[in-house]
Design a protein. Structure first.
Length: 159
């Protein structure tokens, strides 16, 4: 089990790599710009030595500015990490997750709840939005029959 700074770093690394995987370049550039400005403004000189920071983590959490700086340094390090999202997931899962679900279409600029759902779907193939497929066999398909099927399908889809 990870301790304080290590757990925070891995959470930040996962999040940053996920956004890189989604090609959210503008979002990531804005994060990096703001973190650089904050680290410069507050003259933060922390290095992201996770093992050393683990020992100091409890003390760092008592001071909001230091705790924030710890996160900012962790995020900055995650942005510079060259590993791919797939490699990070493989490492964080202890080698249990080898492939990312490629059948999910990623969306840009989505809100927190949708982002979590998307992440679960991409990573584990878990989603609450699994489409229901109903197969009906028809002898001959005419325009009239198609309109009835289409109307019923829209009713089912909206429930």
């Amino acid at each position: 089990m990870q301790k304080g700074a290590e757990e925070e770093y891995f959470a930040n690394l996962f999040a940053i790599k996920y956004f890189q995987y989604k090609n959210e370049d503008l979002f990531l550039q804005n994060i990096e710009k703001w973190i650089d400005n904050l680290l410069l403004k507050y003259n933060v000189g922390l290095k992201n030595d996770v093992m050393r920071l683990n020992k100091l983590f409890e003390r760092y959490t008592l001071d909001l500015r230091t705790y924030a700086a710890l996160h900012f340094v962790s995020i900055k390090d995650s942005l510079e990490n060259k590993r791919t999202f797939e490699e990070v997931v493989y490492l964080l899962s202890g080698g249990k997750i080898k492939l990312i679900n490629k059948s999910i279409i990623l969306k840009k600029g989505i809100n927190r709840d949708d982002l979590i759902s998307e992440c679960l779907a991409v990573l584990f193939g878990m989603t609450k939005d699994i489409p229901v497929v109903k197969i009906e066999y028809l002898g001959e398909l005419t325009i009239g029959k198609y309109e009835k099927i289409d109307k019923r399908h829209r009713t089912i889809a909206s429930t």
